[in-house]
Ligand binder design. Structure first.
Ligand code: FES
Length: 73
């Protein structure tokens, strides 16, 4: 997965949440491994890091149901 700055926005900021998603503040384009691109539409977007979401690439909160050893660092 890669994150690129949208051409029409300021530089996004990224925060990694321990055991949870990556928070992207600002406009950005997220590219998944299959090449699909997803533009952020909210001031802060949560991107899944655990792989268990049903709304990829966005976090749907499923990481909270995973055992600690399956959550991202
Ligand atoms: S990090 Fe939240 S569902 Fe994966």
């Amino acid at each position: 997965m890669s994150i690129e700055r949208s051409e029409r926005s300021e530089r996004p900021t990224i925060v990694l949440c321990p055991g949870g998603p990556m928070l992207v503040r600002g406009e950005a384009v997220v590219q998944t491994q299959d090449g699909a691109t997803h533009r952020t539409t909210r001031p802060v977007s949560a991107i899944c890091r655990c792989g268990a979401t049903s709304r990829a690439p966005w976090c749907d909160g499923t990481h909270k149901l995973l055992p600690k050893e399956r959550r991202p660092d």
